[in-house]
Design a protein around this ligand. Structure first.
Ligand code: ZN
Ligand code: ZN
Length: 411
């Protein structure tokens, strides 16, 4: 990392005002990791160590709201017999790769923990700022239970590199929720319905009783945190909303009624269509068991229709990727998939301003303004005209907290 000295200035910066959708030209002064001053273009050009960004297009640092940085393989049960130290080295490399694509902040929705977040904050590893939820909470036989049907041994992932922990009954859910919150979790993640990567549940199952969901929501709210729920179907979405869940993950089988319910609750939806494309294309070779491959089709085509519906209903849509194992290299392809159904500006909002609202960091993340973290992606082309500059990223510069964390190698 190349620290920018105090008082560094980026001159002639053409940056996107995400709220208005207008490009603005300005000089940006960075101090102590934040934007200290936004001044007229060229007015600070005489500053020492000024970096001239004329001709570039600059966005706030991007935010991916659904990642699993410990998911080094698509075979999640393998993680439970993987040494945490080994999984951590994979996570570190993966986080560095995300940063290189322009993601300066990510929300991990199952697995990431206090240690990784602290290591990132202290500069021990290159990576996005990490909003973690600890282990996902799942019922026995739920989306976070990675045991195969013939496997009788008790689940042990609470100790290891696995992404989830099994908790049945409101008391056990409460205890597991408190355990994640004790470690500084920014949110809690619960499995409210079936999923693809889990070996024994059906995608259309609802998981966790209302009382169990309420227990998680009460614990989160008492700690001034919120609950994110994995939910594909209207039934799972509705029960989660009724229990007070604020963040719906996936929502591939969203219908009109559940979309209206999300709008009414003011909840957020984080979709991640790229992962179904990737599982369909590469899942088998990346370790996805056959039983899971068969479920991909159920949610792949429905996902794009759900995106179109969510956009049409004006839901708070956040950018997510949810890729597992070696498929994580396709993280940015999500921009291209979304741009089939949304204007590029709306897609960019999902990865900046709307994401910042979900993370409760409005004015600090996903925006270029005085006082915000100095997180920037410097692009060679206008992403409003050409989304591939984001979906196949090779940013000239990525700046995070006022430090150049990626400078494109000159060829
Ligand atoms: Zn999920
Ligand atoms: Zn996920």
């Amino acid at each position: 990392m190349i620290p920018l000295p105090t008082g560094a200035v980026l001159t002639n910066t053409r940056f996107l005002d995400i709220e208005t959708g207008e490009w603005r030209s300005a000089d940006l002064e960075i101090r102590d990791g934040r934007f200290a001053k936004i001044a007229a273009a060229g007015s600070l050009a005489d500053a020492d160590d000024a970096i001239d960004l004329a001709g570039k297009h600059v966005l706030p640092g991007l935010i991916d709201c659904h990642v699993h940085v410990y998911a080094m393989t698509a075979n999640l049960s393998e993680l439970e017999t993987t040494a945490p130290s080994y999984a951590t080295m994979h996570a570190a490399r993966l986080m560095g790769d995300m940063l290189d694509r322009g993601f300066t902040t990510v929300r991990d929705t199952g697995g990431a923990d206090h240690g990784l977040a602290a290591a990132q904050t202290e500069g021990l590893l290159r990576g996005p700022r990490l909003f973690f939820g600890g282990k996902s909470l799942t019922q026995t036989g739920g989306h976070g239970d990675t045991r195969r049907p013939g496997q009788q041994i008790s689940h042990s992932s609470s100790c290891c590199a696995g992404l989830g922990v099994i908790a049945d009954g409101p008391d056990a859910v409460r205890r597991a929720a408190r355990e994640q919150l004790r470690t500084g979790a920014h949110h809690l993640k619960i499995m409210a319905g079936g999923g693809v990567a889990s070996p024994t549940d059906r995608v259309d199952s609802i998981q966790y009783s209302f009382a169990e969901m309420r227990a998680a929501v009460e614990e989160a709210q008492d700690a001034n945190r919120y609950v994110a729920a994995h939910a594909y179907t209207p039934g799972a979405i509705q029960r989660a909303l009724d229990a007070g869940v604020r963040s719906i993950e996936h929502a591939n089988l969203l219908d009109e009624k559940s979309a209206d319910a999300i709008a009414e609750a003011g909840a957020f939806v984080t979709m991640n269509l790229v992962t179904y494309w990737a599982l369909d294309t590469f899942g088998a070779e990346m370790g996805l068991p056959p039983v899971s491959q068969a479920k991909v089709a159920d949610v792949l085509s429905a996902g794009e229709q759900a995106l179109a519906l969510a956009h049409q209903k004006g839901l708070n849509l956040c950018f997510g990727s949810d890729l597992l194992g070696g498929m994580q290299v396709h993280q940015s392809k999500e921009f291209e998939i979304r741009a089939r159904h949304q204007e590029p500006l709306d897609v960019i909002r999902s990865a900046t301003t709307t994401a910042a609202r979900l993370l409760e960091r409005v004015g600090e993340l996903g925006v270029i303004r005085e006082g915000a973290f100095a997180d920037l992606v410097v692009l060679e082309a206008d992403p409003l005209q050409d989304i591939t500059v984001l979906s196949a990223p090779d940013p000239a510069l990525v700046i995070q907290g006022g430090e150049i964390v990626r400078a494109r190698p000159t060829h």
